[in-house]
Design a protein around this ligand. Structure first.
Ligand code: GLC
Ligand code: MG
Length: 246
């Protein structure tokens, strides 16, 4: 189902981005209520579904129109449940978790995360060297995959066509939201591929080291303020400043 009337969209990571500074989150959500337009919310998180719902409840966040969970491997459109099936089908064509687990077992220094997810394998890494080792072995094996290392700790191994960026692009295409004013927000390595899609994007002030290394780009705004405060800063930069000039 296409929503033709979506003019503004915030596609945001949760931990360390929309969530992290409670006052800033409340301020941003109030600011959106005061806009003369509606801001559609899409949450794009590394958490799995149940863990995301717990966070939404604990932090009293509004329900988004769409939740992309599990580092861009699962997608829940609350207006169109069939979207999840279409997305999964594209991932499963190139997903071979058994072959990947066998290779990871040959490496030391990676502890499996205990998560219910079926379209990603996630680990805690003991060191950067352990990650380099598993990266090399996976590349040598030629098993299709995408490896994402974030926060000096989390290693996610995904189908090659998954990830937050691929999932968000798929969603925007499916919903016909290409013409909307879209702001993408994140704070760590698993956000990199959605922050570089070419939409207005914000790296919040409290970002992890791996995002400080990202090359500068006119569409990437580096906020001074933390978490949701940085989202607000970028929203003004991209959308409200332009409105004032018109
Ligand atoms: C979240 C998830 C974890 C994942 C990490 C990085 O912390 O809970 O499973 O590895 O994000 O994507
Ligand atoms: Mg985060």
């Amino acid at each position: 189902m296409k929503r033709e009337n979506v003019t503004h969209l915030l596609a945001t990571d949760l931990d360390g981005t929309l969530v992290g500074e409670q006052e800033m989150t409340a301020f941003l959500l109030d600011y959106y209520k005061d806009r003369p337009y509606q801001v559609e919310l899409v949450y794009v998180t590394g958490r799995h579904y149940a863990s995301t719902m717990d966070l939404i409840n604990d932090e009293k966040l509004p329900m988004p129109s769409v939740l992309i969970s599990d580092v861009g491997t699962e997608m829940y459109d609350f207006n169109d449940p069939a979207l999840h099936e279409r997305w999964k089908k594209t991932l499963e064509e190139q997903w071979n978790p058994d072959a990947i687990s066998r290779i990871v077992e040959l490496c030391s220094g990676l502890m499996p995360q205990s998560i219910p997810s079926t379209h990603r394998l996630s680990y805690y890494a003991e060191s950067d060297e352990a990650v380099e080792d598993v990266k090399r072995k996976l590349i040598d094996s030629s098993v299709p995959h995408k490896l994402i290392y974030s926060s000096g700790r989390d290693v996610d191994i995904l189908p090659p066509n998954a990830g937050k960026g691929e999932a968000l692009s798929f969603l925007i295409r499916e919903k016909g939201w290409e013409e909307a004013n879209i702001l993408v927000a994140g704070d760590s390595g698993n956000d990199r591929d959605m922050l570089t899609l070419g939409y207005p994007s914000v790296i919040v002030g409290n970002c992890q080291e791996e995002l400080k290394e990202l090359p500068d780009h006119p569409m990437i705004f580096r906020a001074q303020r933390l978490c949701a405060g940085g989202i607000h800063e970028a929203w003004e930069h991209f959308f409200e400043k332009a409105a004032a000039v018109k």
